[in-house]
Design a protein around this ligand. Sequence first.
Ligand SMILES: C[S@@+](CC[C@H](N)C(=O)[O-])C[C@H]1O[C@@H](n2cnc3c(N)ncnc32)[C@H](O)[C@@H]1O
Ligand SMILES: C[C@H](CCN)[C@@H](N)C(=O)O
Ligand code: SF4
Length: 353
Amino acid sequence: MMDSNLDKIIYKALEGAELEKEEIVELLLLDKEDDLNKLFGAARRIRSREFGNKIFLYGFVYFSNYCRNGCSFCYSRKSNEIERYRKNTEDIMDIAVKLKEAGVNLIDLTMGEDPYYHSSGFEDVLEAVVRTKKEMDIPLMISPGVVEYDLIDRFKSSGVEWYALYQETHNRRLFKDLRKNQNYDKRMDTKLYAKNIGMLLEEGIMVGVGEKIEDIADSILEMKSMKADQVRVMTFVPQEGIPLQASAENDEYLELKTIAVLRLVCQKSLIPASLDIEGIDGLKPRIDSGANVITSIIPPSEGLHGVAQSCKDIDDGNRSVVTVEKILDSMGLKAATNMEYKEHIDQRMVQHV
Ligand SMILES: C[S@@+](CC[C@H](N)C(=O)[O-])C[C@H]1O[C@@H](n2cnc3c(N)ncnc32)[C@H](O)[C@@H]1O
Ligand SMILES: C[C@H](CCN)[C@@H](N)C(=O)O
Ligand code: SF4
């Protein structure tokens, strides 16, 4: 039987060839079960070729949910009347110890654009970073939002390996709707600055926020061209007290298809399966779509929030390494050791230079 166009595109990706935008759009529009299974199967084949059966685990510490911004999609947006908290250095250290002992490969220190830090300098944050690095020697990601370059220099010189800053979309008009009064180019320049001084970069988008399929394809090609070390997609989760509503046409496979197409296009990149969208139930489908990093592992009863799901599966311990490892085991996959993760990122950092 003649190969379908889908077969040709998948063959091309398996051969390591670059896909055209039209081919990416075609993959994102798939809706038949057999075709979806072909796409996800190809993504798994490429993941196992690049990473074997090893999956990386990231702990998540949202240490301050105060924010000066008003992103239309975000529960932490300034005007939202929510329970706000700011963890001090000791709290952050205690949580980081628990996460390391639990077996995560990296700790992601995330904050809202907290006016306290922006006005008083980031000494507390830097102290927590320096102490975590020194006392625990675990790879760190910092997700502080847009900050000045000299602070990024200080994060790097403190040993922080990763900088995460998601554009959400590379469609400038949509960006303006999502990140009100924020500057598209400043956000892009800040993450590229971090990459240019040798930090590993995580870029990301959201789906279900009013984007077109072509916008997703443009973002995938943009993430490829900036050579982001980690590339993510998250489905918008509606929140109380925010203006953005879920878009009408809701394709429940869109995030999974985007993960799979990211795998076909950015074959060597790390791709998260975030627990922050559907909790632990969302893990298997995202891993089956080609993701190779499990993010948003949050220790229970520490008063920590997720971002998209502020409470889901946290205090019942479902976002734990133990729970995650059982699921990986059932899939014939294994959590990477810290040594394996560090070797991987050391190799990446060398290639950056
Ligand atoms: C990592 S957190 C906070 C870090 C920092 N304040 C920033 O905005 O870059 C922000 C990210 O979480 C994701 N996010 C926030 N609200 C969400 C929601 N309701 N649904 C899905 N993803 C969401 C967005 O991709 C956003 O860039
Ligand atoms: C969005 C967060 C990461 C920020 N660097 C976290 N909830 C996650 O899903 O990994
Ligand atoms: S996404 Fe980040 S910057 Fe935007 S409101 Fe949420 S915490 Fe603040």
